[in-house]
Write a protein that binds this ligand. Sequence first.
Ligand code: PMP
Ligand code: GLN
Length: 384
Amino acid sequence: MPDFRNLPSKLPTAKTSIFSVMSQLARKHNAIDLSQGFPNFDTDPKLKELVFNAMKEGYNQYPPMNGVPELREQISDKIEALYGVRYKVDSEITLTAGATGALYDAITAFVNKGDEVIVFKPAYDSYEPTIKSNGGKPVLVQMKGKDFKIDWQEVKEKINNRTKMLIINTPHNPSGTVFTKEDMQQLEALLKGTDIILLSDEVYEHIIFDAIEHQSASRFPGLAERAIVCSSFGKTFHNTGWKMGYCVAPEELMKEIWKIHELTAFCVNHPMQKAFAEYLKNPENYLNLGSFYQEKRDKFLKLLQGSKFTGIPAKGTYYQVLNYAEITTEKDTEFAERLTIEHHLASIPVSVFNFEQKDNKQLRFCFAKTDETLEKAAEILHKF
Ligand code: PMP
Ligand code: GLN
């Protein structure tokens, strides 16, 4: 028998993702699950039918490595209509296994041993392990204050000749904040004259509220020329379990991303790509998403009025961060656990995304849920 107990781990400090931990705990204790980010309502039946039709029509073998041409065409049209820049259909767009696939491919393609990558905290949990597994070093910058602002002077001080990449995420998970046009212009000025690659995680690009415009890196020429922009159909079309996403980038960068994409997945789900190519023809299928989720956000916050949970309304994403300092001094990880086990409501403790796991007494609640679920959750939160 081989003995694997002492095998050196490639990621010795990586733990099971908080999303798996909290979802499992929610299932175990039969809790309302506002932890992991996914809707508890179904994707559009029309979209399911399109997938089924594509299967029946025989699109069941490998599609082209970078995706089916008609879907790449639709993506290119959509970005041009929204952000005013055209990506080349044949060489600058790639369909990936969720945005996770795109993030992994992009980081792995460029980050080598000793390279530094600037990451803003709190940060989505896949960035740092992927950087480290490639021998890179995450350089962390904490977003500041209740509204999670970036101190661009601090970013400037962290940039040096080892900085290979900088990762941004807007609208931002978990805080629900968004980058403003000024933020993007500051970043554009900072990166000018450098060879730093920008990885822009824009999976919530269509989930943005209060008539705020999404500031895609694609809109800014000084960013677009160095940016890999990632998006997720799972978030936009309520089907996170399909694991479909894409990235766009200038040709020279995409050529390198393909080398990794060919190793990790080679290509992704053919019938689903056919279906999305058809479905994207109707912009209403994604342009109404902001108002749809804004209603959910408003409903959730209204239901919480008069409770001891407080927070700045999310400007984007389907997460609402709530402070509970008025209720208890417990650590957020402990409180989240107790809330799940004793009160049957699961959330995500924000500290796990923070620099040095700083505990600001904040929990993240996913409001991509039916009104009935949100009502039940609010009832529980009012008990405190
Ligand atoms: N980035 C962020 C910020 C996310 O919240 C998520 C989770 N959906 C992803 C990337 C991964 O997206 P996907 O499910 O398409 O892999
Ligand atoms: N993006 C989702 C969230 O933030 C989770 C995705 C995952 O489970 N890795 O909740």
